[in-house]
Design a protein around this ligand. Structure first.
Ligand code: PGA
Length: 243
């Protein structure tokens, strides 16, 4: 079994001073976990997080980045800024970035390549919408997203994929372990590499065990439930039990 990874995506929440307190509480509760634990706070907290989480074993993540190093790219964040603050991983291609900010497959491909080139761990998010699932296009969509993002990569070292069905994100409608496993197995077959494939979409303490017990599921990308120490650490505790 691959080592489980529980990664929290705070999205656009807790990016001000209240986030500093939350980071401290997370550190106290999650240091030295047996499974991999990561937190991706908003950019504004990254310099603080790099100090607060130092030596805790908790991986520090960013929710996005650009693929250029520097220059006239107003509002963007360079990979080297992230590395400078000890960021370990970056989330690329989240469905909110694809849908709300119009990120297309070409852009996502460039970001994945850049992240891996500079030595960041990269969580590539893929997943179908409800309409696509209902039309029976889940595998086709996931295949296109995975293959386009990985096209031309010399190696998948440092890559993790998160299968996040769009209809399960922030909706409280979690995929069943069977639904998730089917897509995870499909992705594994597609890439034929021993990388981790996480599940994401309304993961909560109440449903985490059923998902994490599955051989095909190597961890979780957690949104809403990563904003509270109690729920996030409960998910981590379940992962430790299962692993
Ligand atoms: P959620 O978000 O856990 O709030 O559904 C997951 C994600 O978007 O990564």
């Amino acid at each position: 079994m691959r080592k489980l990874w529980i990664a929290g995506n705070w999205k656009m929440n807790m990016g001000g001073r209240e986030g500093i307190e939350l980071l401290k509480e997370m550190r106290n509760s999650l240091s030295g976990s047996k499974v991999d634990v990561g937190i991706a706070p908003p950019f504004t907290l990254i310099p603080h997080a790099s100090e607060i989480l130092a030596d805790s074993g908790i991986l520090l993540g960013a929710q996005n980045m650009f693929y250029e190093e520097k220059g006239a790219f107003t509002g963007e964040i360079s990979p080297s800024f992230l590395l400078d603050f000890g960021v370990n991983f970056v989330i690329i291609g989240h469905s909110e970035r694809r849908k709300i900010f119009g990120e297309d497959e070409e852009l996502i491909k460039k970001k994945v390549k850049k992240a891996l080139d500079v030595g960041l761990l990269c969580i590539l998010c893929v997943g179908e919408t409800l309409e696509e699932r209902e039309r029976g296009e889940t595998k086709e969509v996931v295949k296109r997203q995975v293959l386009s993002a990985l096209e031309g990569l010399p190696s998948l070292k440092g890559l993790t994929i998160a299968y996040e069905p769009v209809w399960a994100i922030g909706t409280g409608k979690v995929a069943t372990p069977e639904q998730a496993c089917e897509v995870h197995a499909f992705i594994r077959e597609l890439i034929k590499e021993d990388i981790r494939i996480l599940y994401g979409g309304s993961v909560k303490p109440e449903n985490a065990r059923g998902l994490l017990e599955k051989e095909e599921i190597d961890g979780a990308l957690v949104g809403g439930a990563s904003l509270k120490v109690s729920s996030f650490s409960e998910i981590v505790r379940i992962a430790e039990e299962v692993w």
